[in-house]
Unconditional design. Sequence first.
Length: 291
Amino acid sequence: MDLKQLTYLLAVRDAGSFTKAANSLHVAQPAISMAIAKLEQQLELRLFDRQDRAVRLTPEGEVLCRHAERLLLQMHQAEAEMAELKGLERGEVRIGIPYMMGSYYFPPRLMAFKHRYPGLKIRVEEAGTRELLSRMVDGSLDLAILITSDLPPAIEGAHLLSEEMLMVVGDDHPLRGEPAVTLSQFFAQELALFRRGFYHREHMEALAQSLGVEPDIAFESNLIPLLKAVVRQGFAVTTFLRMVLEEEPDLSGVPFDPPIYLDLCVAWRRGDPLSMANRALRDFLLKDRPA
């Protein structure tokens, strides 16, 4: 039994006939028929029911197809990793980034990485840090930007940056221009916040609970432009990382007293070896991190 036979097996299953499978693989139909016949002879099992021009898997054939899919997937993964060894000319990175950082911190860094490794594909998923953590644990992401203090034992990370959280107000808000605000002053306002499931929201709710107050959340949205518009029009205040306000002249950030910082890290699964492409992205981000 070899990989070519297994490739032919899956092609016949998917096409429903030997002729169509041969056309899809650009090989002669007799080559497909002989390979399957030899495989059945080797295994002493019938893999297909042949009825006129149509073929259908037997139960034994279905079992073998499941194994064939896994073996061929492993072969393709091995080929991809070997291609990476030739100088990161091919490969894919999968990284999850929180919404705020995906819009403001990462675009120039990812473009610089792509410029250095033009052959690599970059797949970016934006979500809240809770969702990103879940995707890291289940293996659907290789890297993610997460809250350092939030990592479970299965995930490890390297410090990327600490970013200050600010109270964000519009031009006409009475607290605009203040050197700092207390949490009590913040929670006395109508608030526009991310929806539940986002660490930013959960962190502010935990702070409110520590003060024994119930936050007055007037607007909930995961859309940063919408939250900005709500604050700009004076309907509520919000909190953003400082980086979000760098090019927003009509919004003002007021520090908290005491200051609130989020420590963010580049994270990966503990004990799960990263591909060369993912290691290259991780190391590139850490080298480019703020001093």
